[in-house]
Design a protein around this ligand. Structure first.
Ligand code: AHR
Length: 320
């Protein structure tokens, strides 16, 4: 089921950083037109996801309409409405948070445009408002981090948790999964838990304040993403302590800079969350437009990297 190609409308794309550079009218008339509403560029992970989707669109000859919401949900809602006006054939959405999407997704559905959710899920009373979700199992990622820490410490740790952005699916589920494991061990305790917004500077700032308050007690930091962990590592060093030794540091994403921190002995482990979703997202777009039945959810498989097992080959093979 493909919508009519329609007229190319590029104006009026308010809010966020819309990128119309790939949209030349003469060329785009015969191409599949896909709108991609991205959250922003708050982390290395997200930059890698954007690059993957743009590269895949380009290699398949898709006319991609990209909109960077700069972390703001209202910009994503505006982008979705602009995609309707532009007559896109499909929408790829990475939702900044998990609730409140039904009204705008109803508009997208009424326009006959399929929706592919990537990376984060939403809470909805009507599952027909999106066609498929391609994402990691964030709860399991949290559990993997928790199990690693429990094993490493024999179930004895005083933990600072740096949470992702409030209301975001990965922040909620990585917290739930990790705390599920912590609750199984009497000697494990979360002594402080605050948001660092998935952002390195904010992670550092929050950790600086927490080190002043809990620096004499903390034995481990669990960050919901690598960038916040890297910020925390700096704060721990600034406080005169040794990250990775005196204070264990674990996080999620497995971006290149996390591998460098593991090689430097400052990060203990990272749980992969694969951002290279471009190929799967466009496979889904093509299958839906070809009228195929498509699975409601694809769970991306992740693994844990412990710094003890890191080799030059592993680091060299990383793609993001
Ligand atoms: O939704 C995935 C998360 O969002 C990544 O872990 C984080 O780095 C990003 O900002």
């Amino acid at each position: 089921m493909m919508t009519a190609a329609g007229l190319l409308v590029l104006s009026g794309c308010g809010g966020g950083g819309d990128d119309a550079s790939s949209s030349r009218p003469a060329e785009s008339a015969s191409k599949i037109k896909v709108g991609f509403s991205q959250i922003g560029a708050e982390s290395d992970w997200r930059v890698a996801e954007t690059a993957s989707i743009k590269a895949e669109a380009s290699s398949r000859g898709v006319d991609l309409r990209f909109s960077d919401a700069q972390g703001k949900k209202e910009n994503q809602i505006r982008a979705l409405r602009n995609f309707i006006t532009q007559g896109v054939d499909a929408v790829i959405l990475a939702p900044v948070d998990s609730t409140g999407w039904d009204p705008v997704l109803e508009e997208v559905k009424d326009a006959g445009i399929p929706v592919i959710l990537v990376d984060r899920g939403i809470e909805t009373t009507d599952d027909s408002l999106y066609n498929t979700l391609i994402a990691s199992d964030f709860t399991e990622e949290g559990r993997m981090a928790g199990r690693w820490l429990a094993e490493k410490t024999g179930g004895d740790a005083k933990i600072i948790q740096l949470e992702g952005s409030p209301g975001a699916d990965p922040a909620i589920e990585r917290k739930n999964g990790f705390e599920e494991v912590v609750d199984q061990h009497d000697g494990m305790q979360i002594i402080a838990s605050q948001t660092g917004d998935f952002n390195q500077e904010k992670g550092q700032e929050v950790m600086e304040a927490l080190m002043q308050q809990y620096g004499d007690q903390v034995t481990a930091v669990y960050a919901h993403n690598d960038n916040m962990a890297l910020g925390a590592i700096q704060a721990i060093k600034d406080a005169g302590r040794k990250p990775g030794e005196e204070i264990l540091v674990i996080s999620i994403d497995a971006v290149r800079s996390a591998f460098e921190a593991m090689q430097a002995g400052e990060l203990n482990c990272t749980v992969e969350c694969n951002p290279l979703l471009g190929p799967m997202a466009f496979d889904a777009v093509e299958r839906i437009l070809a009228g195929e039945e498509i699975e409601k959810q694809t769970v991306v498989q992740d693994q844990l990297f412990d710094r003890e097992g890191i080799t030059e080959e592993i680091v060299a093979s990383r793609q993001y």
